[in-house]
Write a protein that binds this ligand. Structure first.
Ligand SMILES: CC(C)(COP(=O)(O)OP(=O)(O)OC[C@H]1O[C@@H](n2cnc3c(N)ncnc32)[C@H](O)[C@@H]1OP(=O)(O)O)[C@@H](O)C(=O)NCCC(=O)NCCS
Length: 147
């Protein structure tokens, strides 16, 4: 039987499934924190979390937001994207980004951007397969602030 994939906006009740998929991204996210963050994001117009359900099971998500730098054009940026490891190469990632791109257009954005770790070679092939171009490689920096 053909699987039915539906992409929709996330709701708070998705938070546990989102958390478990975040683990596959390599982030040791804690369910309560993900739920609290999702609650915040769902109340904002400049962030979207879309989920993909296959036969009613949540199998992928994308979090995107509107990035408004002072010195560059506004763009929708992908903050996170993951598809369940048992459901990859079935077109789910493409569906999630199609939906994100449609949202970007409704927001007046004509580009979608993202950063991806050098180690994620499969993801790089995926992005290029669906029309994203590599524009540069860069370092990222972080400073932990004392409380
Ligand atoms: C990257 C990821 C989201 C792709 O999702 P997906 O549902 O498997 O991708 P799709 O099935 O929609 O693939 C779309 C296209 O990309 C290609 N593709 C996907 N993964 C690929 C891979 N690892 N290697 C080569 N091509 C790949 C597909 O073959 C398809 O091309 P086609 O339409 O020409 O056949 C998924 O592999 C994933 O969750 N990876 C782990 C987390 C991750 O790296 N996230 C991105 C962080 S920046």
């Amino acid at each position: 039987m053909q699987e039915k994939t539906v992409v929709r906006e996330a709701v708070l009740e998705d938070s546990l499934a989102l958390t478990k998929l975040a683990w596959q991204l390599g982030h040791q996210a804690e369910a309560g924190q993900v739920r609290a963050r999702l609650f915040d994001l769902l109340n904002r117009d400049d962030h979207k979390v879309f989920v993909a359900e296959v036969d009613g099971e949540l199998r992928g998500w994308v979090h995107a937001f509107i990035n408004r730098p002072l010195h560059k054009d506004t763009a929708v940026e992908i903050a996170g994207l993951v598809v369940d490891q048992n459901c990859r190469k079935m077109g789910i990632g493409r569906r999630l980004l199609d939906t994100t791109e449609d949202w970007a257009k409704t927001q007046g954005c004509d580009q979608v951007t993202l950063s991806s770790s050098l180690a994620r070679e499969g993801a790089h092939k995926f992005y290029q397969a669906i029309g994203y171009q590599l524009t540069k490689t860069q370092y990222t920096f972080k400073k932990e602030l004392l409380k």
